[in-house]
Design a protein around this ligand. Structure first.
Ligand code: BGC
Length: 353
């Protein structure tokens, strides 16, 4: 009898594998906000691709970066029987308690784009090479100002993103790793004196916040086409760059004399500014590629097969290094946007007009 039961069980298991017993499993996808284009794209891509792979998807946006809402939505995903949670955290340090309950329920957690800190419930991390995003931005400023040859000194100001987003350590850290030697040698001057990550952070990556800080810098230092020279503004992403551009346009800058401004995401307003000459570059992170990688991760987790990773050293979340997959970010300027964004089907040309 025991043998028969064991055999029956084995048959059932193999039938389940063949017929895909995992099909229809629930996957929770938690995104930080709908106010920025990229997270809407991320959410939509994840949902479509997970559904195409046979999963049922519970996709939630946490209002406009509202941490208690994100915690609540995760609690609901846990109680509604999700097998895997894919989470882009608003604040990387605020999910320890709720994710402990995921772990207790044997639910696996994938950290999406931003690393979730101080939680041993996180199994994997999928993102872009965030340090490379920063070195690409810093390298662009170095090359455009020809810092190794030009006499200088040059005036720059710096902006990064939300202090609760672990990514800024890499974006700002990467950029400053390129620029610091020039600041030290005096080739670059930061007239505001604001050079620490905390001083240049922008809460919630908010455009209006960035605009306000740039306006304050303009009036405090006297920047303007006929005032104190401003050569470049380092910005870690496009929503922040957008605020900086608004302030500089209001101060009278035009494309002929616009300071260099960096960005990230290739979101539509930024691309329009790049085409208009009021932003210099962005960093393209193909969210379709990230979603595809995460869907592969989820699928391997659910089916118990090997999860593809390519980095096991960079991202320690305070409980140890989280095995990661890093996608490649690519510089985007007016010279290559067609090939990168239009030819690849990411945007239609008319969306950027
Ligand atoms: C993402 C960026 C995004 C920013 C603001 C970061 O964590 O990596 O792509 O621009 O958040 O949403």
């Amino acid at each position: 009898m025991k043998k028969l039961v064991t055999t029956l069980f084995a048959v059932m298991v193999s039938l389940a594998l063949v017929s895909g017993a995992w099909a229809g499993e629930r996957i929770g996808v938690s995104m930080p906000t709908q106010s920025l284009q990229r997270w809407n794209q991320d959410g939509a891509n994840m949902k479509a691709q997970l559904e195409a792979a046979g999963y049922t998807v519970e996709l939630q946006y946490a209002g406009d970066n509202d941490i208690p809402t994100q915690v609540n939505q995760l609690e609901n995903m846990i109680s509604s029987g999700c097998k895997v949670l894919v989470v882009a955290a608003i604040d990387g340090t605020s999910l320890t308690r709720v994710l402990a309950s995921a772990k207790a329920n044997n639910i696996k957690v994938v950290s999406y784009d931003r690393l979730i800190m101080n939680s041993d419930a996180v199994s994997y991390y999928a993102t872009f090479d965030n340090f490379k995003v920063g070195t690409t931005q810093g390298g662009y400023i170095r090359d455009k100002l020809d810092l190794d040859n030009a006499a200088g000194p040059f005036h720059i100001e710096m902006f990064t993103g939300d202090p609760g987003d672990n990514n800024i350590n890499f974006f700002f850290g990467g950029a400053i790793s390129i620029l610091q030697p020039y600041i030290d040698s005096g080739k670059i001057i930061v007239p505001s004196g604001q050079t620490t990550q905390a001083q240049v952070a922008t809460v919630n990556w908010n455009t209006e916040e960035a605009q306000k800080r740039m306006e304050n810098l303009i009036s405090a230092i006297g920047y303007g086409p006929n005032g104190t020279r401003l050569d470049a503004v380092l910005s870690s992403n496009d929503s922040v760059a957008n605020g900086i551009t608004n302030a500089l346009v209001a101060a009278g800058y035009r494309k002929e004399n616009f300071p260099i401004i960096t960005g990230q995401d290739c979101d539509r307003p930024a691309m329009k500014n790049i085409l208009a000459g009021t932003q210099s570059m962005s960093v393209f992170k193909d969210t379709r590629m990230l979603a595809q990688q995460v869907v592969k991760m989820v699928d391997a987790i659910v089916k118990g097969t090997e999860v593809e990773i390519n980095d096991t050293t960079t991202y320690d979340n305070g409980t140890g290094v989280i095995p990661s997959f890093l996608c490649d970010p690519v510089i985007c300027t007016i010279d290559n946007y067609k090939e990168l964004l239009i030819d690849s089907g990411y945007y239609k040309e008319e969306e950027l007009r």
